[in-house]
Write a protein that binds this ligand. Sequence first.
Ligand code: ADP
Ligand code: MN
Ligand code: MN
Ligand code: MN
Ligand code: MN
Length: 369
Amino acid sequence: MASHGVLENSPNAAINKAVVQRLMTLPMPANKVLATYIWIDGTGENVRCKSRTLDFIPKDVSELPEWNYDGSSTFQSEGSNSDTYLNPVAMYRDPFRGGDNKLVMCDTYKSNRKPTETNKRAACAAAMEAAKDHKPWFGIEQEYTLLDMDGRPFGWPKNGFPGPQGPYYCGVGANKVYARDIVEAHYRACLYAGINIAGENAEVMPSQWEFQVGPCEGISAGDQLWVARYLLHRVAEEFGIVVTLDPKPMPGDWNGAGAHCNFSTKSMRADNGIIEIEKAIDKLSKNHLRHIQAYDPNGGKDNERRLTGRHETSSIHDFSAGVANRGASVRIPRSVAEEKKGYLEDRRPSSNCDPYSVTEALVRTCVLE
Ligand code: ADP
Ligand code: MN
Ligand code: MN
Ligand code: MN
Ligand code: MN
């Protein structure tokens, strides 16, 4: 049989879902709540989760118990001292289980109670606390690529390539975009959960998509983006499709994937805030390398493949800024230049960036200095 279908090569997609659909509608005992604890593993890029039963309905994240896991199985500790702590930091509604069930974003601590190497949240939260009077807002544009189980972009011919880029960005039609069902399902899952998802669009490379989270204030930007990523992986799992956040999944004349970070402070949003925006850009220009190091989980290595100066990116080596310039490190949107207030767009963060590191770097450079 001709190999195109997901069903043949993805065990998840091949499973008949009728039985679980029926069980999912069974009434559950009163006051029993399933909580999915979610955390970032030792890659700094992938999420893990596990569930537990609570015997109360939590109203606030502070009511949730600390938990732990085997850090030696997540690249976060050695087997001889493997207990790693899960500290609940944000709570959302669970769109998969519905009802009073919860998603719980956690940050992670070693047995000595110090943050794990990939816990970038602890330092970010301290910066956000110090900067809170400035009311920093972030809107992150998460680009991603859908893959078949064999690692090839979903829907691409197995023995060739789709036609050159051009028709796919914001495209409509079976020969332009693939797996819109995932995008639709994810959008609603985010809204149900309580994620401030701002929109979605098909991207320049076929099977590449984007969603935006924000504006969110302070630490909640990172929390919400991580949970939105969890929801995306989890929705795609049901379809037997893989989500990659690799910043350049296909080498050659194909766009990479970024996570543009739109940023503003109270004074940037006020009348004549453009002056504050320009001051921030001046500070960013003097800290380019530090930001590049914070903008992917491998200190700039991942972004090297993406920030080439081509395909709507700037060179990784130089800082640049401009109004409406999509080839610059930092862009001032046209509407912001016209209104003389608003926000700036840092186009450098990689799609697999840790938003805690990105938002922390922006606040430390532009607000805390
Ligand atoms: P682009 O034109 O670069 O594709 P998008 O529309 O995809 O932009 O994303 C813009 C993002 O900027 C949205 O997530 C939005 O919530 C966010 N945003 C809008 N206003 C602000 C602001 N004042 N501060 C921070 N982020 C903002
Ligand atoms: Mn076990
Ligand atoms: Mn966008
Ligand atoms: Mn985009
Ligand atoms: Mn953008």
